[in-house]
Design a protein around this ligand. Structure first.
Ligand code: CP
Ligand code: NVA
Length: 327
């Protein structure tokens, strides 16, 4: 297994890391999690400065990278959309070069993937994609750690993603499947399924014989034998004008205890990247009472691991920053 070959590298879609490098990072994250619980955080990044750029809002990504930086001995500075006016007053490449001269690593949450890719090209320091319209690799690292904690080996593990099959979560889980050998089923209505070429590209580059990516609109086919049902909001950030249309397309795929039971397994867990609609306790949910992608019974039930998964954002962010900055 590669040891510390990650120094100086960026994480933009997850394609950049090999399956072995992902496993190395997950093992480091598990070790850091244990040390953190024992109060044994080592200042591996003492004296380093981390920039966190948010062009879209965030809760988990922000708290994860801030606390992971602090626990590693580094300083994290946050920049919101109004602080950095990409493409309005200054080009992406000029801002990237300024940040690269001053910071040791940059977490970037934006819109088009091309922007974070251009930023990484010019920054000259590790850049970590904290979500764009196409990918969410720092989330998927936490997802894989949570799966590893629950099931051990990831090779051949059946996982069912339910929702918009073209979005950042579905595609990044597909890349992960090809890298570490997951048996991924993407359950989506035909209108929201990824283009066949996208899945073909993932599988051509698979690193494990066990890697599978099935796209289907059949609940039975997607759920049979599944170890994990994975949820996401039906409407991603920036697509709010399509809310009613998405509800109409996805309402039959709401995850209930009956849907969970279709796995035929007693140990099937529920994961969700969050934020989630599971109760009508937010402004958006009150405006769209059918927007919940998961029943509260499942979200709060004993099969749910969503807050372990959320905590794992911090441990995997810490491993990612330490390995790519310090090696
Ligand atoms: N899962 C996730 O990325 O959450 P935030 O949007 O709150 O950062
Ligand atoms: N698909 C969601 C993921 C949120 C973590 C979005 O882009 O809004």
């Amino acid at each position: 297994m590669a040891i510390s070959g990650l120094k100086g590298r960026s994480l933009l879609s997850l394609r950049e890391f090999s399956g072995d490098e992902i496993r190395e990072l997950l093992n480091r994250a598990a070790d850091l999690k244990e040390r953190s619980t024992l109060g044994q955080n080592a200042p591996v990044l003492a004296g380093k400065n981390i920039a966190l750029i948010f062009l879209k809002p965030s809760c988990r990504t922000r708290v994860s990278f801030v606390v992971a930086s602090t626990q590693s001995g580094a300083h994290a500075e946050i920049f919101n959309r109004e602080d950095i006016r990409f493409g309005i007053k200054e080009s992406v490449r000029d801002i990237a070069r300024v940040f690269g001269r001053v910071f040791d690593g940059v977490m970037f949450r934006g819109f088009e993937h091309a922007t974070v890719a251009e930023f990484a090209e010019y920054a000259g320091v590790p850049v970590w994609n904290g979500l764009c319209d196409s990918y969410h690799p720092t989330q998927v690292l936490a997802d894989l750690l949570t799966l590893q904690e629950n099931f051990g080996d990831l090779e051949g593990l059946p996982l069912t993603y339910v929702g918009d099959g073209r979005n950042n979560m579905a595609i990044t889980l597909g890349i992960a499947a090809a890298k570490v050998g997951l048996d991924l089923r993407i359950l989506s209505p035909k209108e929201l399924q990824p283009a066949p070429g996208v899945i073909d590209e993932l599988l051509v580059n698979r690193e494990s014989e066990q890697a599978r990516v099935l796209v289907t609109d059949s609940l039975e086919e997607a759920l049979a034998g599944s170890a994990c049902v994975y949820g996401d909001v039906w409407v991603s950030m920036g697509e709010e004008d399509q809310t009613q249309e998405r509800i109409n397309l996805l309402r039959d795929l709401k995850v209930t205890n009956d849907v969970m039971a279709l796995s035929g397994r007693k140990d099937t867990i529920y994961l969700h990247c969050l934020p989630a609609f599971h109760l009508l306790d937010t402004e958006t949910a009150r405006a769209y009472p059918d927007i919940c992608e998961v029943d509260d019974d499942v979200f709060e039930g004993d099969r749910s691991r969503v807050f372990d998964q959320s905590e794992n954002r911090m441990h995997t962010a810490k491993a990612l920053m330490q390995l790519t900055i310090a090696g």
